[in-house]
Design a protein around this ligand. Structure first.
Ligand code: ADP
Length: 475
């Protein structure tokens, strides 16, 4: 176009008006084109950097950065150098095109294009690398000609370089616009790198914390035997001691030792159970047992306390419930005891009722076979109830509704957390309904398979001991 204007001007040499008019148009056109090109570059920059921020894996991100920079500048040759941990060398982390075979190469400060960028902290444009006096020996004999690199920065500190190159045969060089684009791109890439590093650090910190937590749980789970054995000896020996000749005062002391030992063992058991569950070390038994017996055993344990408080303690078993089931009798009883002792603990008047009903499973768990049923247990009390806003925290470990209840009622705040986890391990769940001042209803379910069970004597319809007797029933 320029030559065309010049020819026109040449043809009409003395027309100053036309000359200035044409120059004016040329200038306007030039500015317009520059704007258009800038917009195109900005759009390209945008398009290539979008998505960079969401890449959180460092290696993938580095690779992505080089690929995108290549798209932006129209070349398939590029590299990224990062400072090593000792900060005394740059190492090539990524390379594409001609730089693919040199990944891992280290260079010193001031050496080659990246070493120079490190030294000056500024972008560098080398028009012909092969005749450049500062080229790094490791990057000799390349088919590339023009090389440009820009610094990658983090928190104002130099951390590496990103560079692009054109092959000799392409004949291309990096102009001002390309250099500006590379510099901008390097700034955005630095942000994306910072982002990914922060994420990696957070991940690492989380992993360390989790590992420490697991190690602690594993330690406790391993220690459980060591802690329980002497406690059992203390309780067993004091029980034997009570049966020897003691005066009243001595008997009092020994009784206190035994009671405290039992209380301590309960707490220790809770903590150890919880650690075992946390460390994934708890295994459930799978054996046939009588469900009614299991429920009665749990109720027997609570009966003295309930009687002392004047509470009614009862149970109800739905007709369809299997007499015997397969599962872990000890752990199921543990859930009953936990829920029942809470119910008795937090109830002053009224009753505590344990009941069970059976629901057919819509899709039985594969391990439990086709006859698996969902047993739904309910422990209902007429006690103090639980405030609405505290209900969601109830099943968290170490949490109690009201810190002051710890002193009044004792407890570790682990019972419910353990019970819920146990019921989940048995293929069910646990939840609660409650009204403050009216009482609480704890529900839990488990999946279980019915087991064949011999009928028990008290279920016989005819009770010979009661035949021809009058019976008074008082409720
Ligand atoms: P703890 O060993 O403290 O009893 P739990 O996990 O068994 O631990 O119970 C946690 C808290 O939940 C109790 O401290 C109590 O505040 C509340 N809670 C549990 N069961 C009942 C209940 N039946 N009625 C009222 N509050 C209850």
């Amino acid at each position: 176009d320029q030559t065309w204007y010049q020819q026109v001007i040449h043809l009409v040499p003395d027309s100053d008006r036309i000359r200035s008019f044409i120059i004016d148009i040329t200038e306007r056109k030039r500015v317009q084109e520059q704007l258009k090109r800038q917009n195109q570059y900005l759009a390209a920059l945008n398009a290539t950097t979008i998505g960079l921020m969401s890449r959180l894996d460092i290696n993938e991100l580095l690779q992505d950065i080089v690929t995108r920079a290549g798209q932006l500048l129209g070349t398939s040759h590029g590299f990224i150098f990062l400072l090593d941990s000792g900060q005394d060398e740059l190492q090539q982390k990524v390379g594409v095109g001609s730089f693919e075979d040199t990944i891992g190469t280290c260079i010193k400060r001031g050496e080659g294009v990246s070493g120079k960028v490190w030294e000056t902290g500024k972008p560098l444009n080398v028009l012909d690398y092969n005749t450049w006096e500062n080229r790094a020996s490791k990057y000799d004999a390349f088919e590339i000609a023009a090389v440009a690199a820009a610094p990658l920065m983090s928190g104002g500190q130099f951390i590496g370089t990103i560079g692009m190159a054109y092959s000799a045969e392409s004949g291309k060089i990096f102009g001002d616009t390309e250099m500006e684009l590379l510099k901008r791109f390097a700034e955005l890439a630095s942000l994306a790198l910072d982002n990914a590093w922060l994420f990696a650090e957070a991940q690492e910190a989380r992993k360390t914390a989790e590992a420490a937590n697991e190690a602690k749980s594993a330690f406790l789970a391993n220690m459980s035997h060591e802690i329980r054995t002497p406690m059992n000896a203390i309780i067993g020996m004091t029980s034997l001691l009570i049966d020897t000749h003691l005066d009243r005062e001595q008997r009092d002391y020994v009784e206190t030792v035994r009671q405290s030992g039992e209380a301590l063992l309960t707490i220790i058991n809770d903590i150890l159970d919880f650690s075992k569950i946390e460390a994934d070390r708890l295994e459930l038994e799978y054996q046939a047992f009588n469900l009614r017996e299991c429920m009665e055993n749990a109720l027997d344990l609570l009966a003295p306390t309930a009687a002392n408080k004047g509470l009614d303690l009862a149970y109800m078993i739905d007709r369809d419930t299997p007499e015997a089931i397969k599962g872990d009798v000890t752990r199921l009883r543990q859930i009953f005891v936990n829920l029942l002792s809470n119910a008795v603990k937090f109830t002053e008047t009224g009753e505590v009722v344990l009941s069970v009903s059976t629901e057919q499973l819509s899709s039985p768990a594969p391990s439990s076979g086709s006859e698996a049923k969902m047993l739904h247990f309910i422990v209902k009390d007429t006690g103090i109830g639980i405030p609405e806003d505290r209900m969601n925290r109830l099943f968290q470990s170490f949490s109690q509704v009201d810190a002051s209840t710890t002193r009044r009622f004792g407890g570790t705040g682990l019972g419910l957390a353990i019970s819920k986890r146990l019921s989940e391990m048995m293929g069910g769940s646990m939840w609660v309904e409650s009204k403050l001042g009216e009482g609480s209803v704890f529900h839990f379910t488990i999946q279980a398979e019915a087991a064949p069970a011999p009928a028990r004597a008290y279920l016989d319809e005819i009770q010979p001991a009661l035949q021809a007797q009058r019976v008074l029933i008082v409720d």
